[in-house]
Design a protein around this ligand. Structure first.
Ligand code: SF4
Ligand code: SF4
Length: 62
């Protein structure tokens, strides 16, 4: 159960501080989600916060 960031990412960094499990970091080309710690925000928020703030809607099910 995790989300991933696609190559559509524009490296805006908006998602990084929103993650309750600190699963988002800047990768070599685009931002990346650690699938081992992403819980899709279950237990923290009603919906995935990274998806909510992403301006280009490039965060999808892994
Ligand atoms: S869905 Fe939630 S836990 Fe997973 S990366 Fe996005 S903000 Fe973090
Ligand atoms: S909010 Fe979207 S576009 Fe911005 S860094 Fe995160 S995944 Fe990339």
């Amino acid at each position: 159960m995790a989300l991933k960031i696609t190559e559509e990412c524009i490296n805006c960094a908006a998602c990084e501080p929103e993650c309750p499990t600190n699963s988002i970091s800047e990768g070599s080309e685009i931002f990346v989600i650690d699938a081992n710690t992403c819980v899709e925000c279950v237990g923290h928020f009603d919906e995935p916060q990274c998806k909510v703030v992403c301006p280009v809607d490039c965060i999808v099910p892994a």
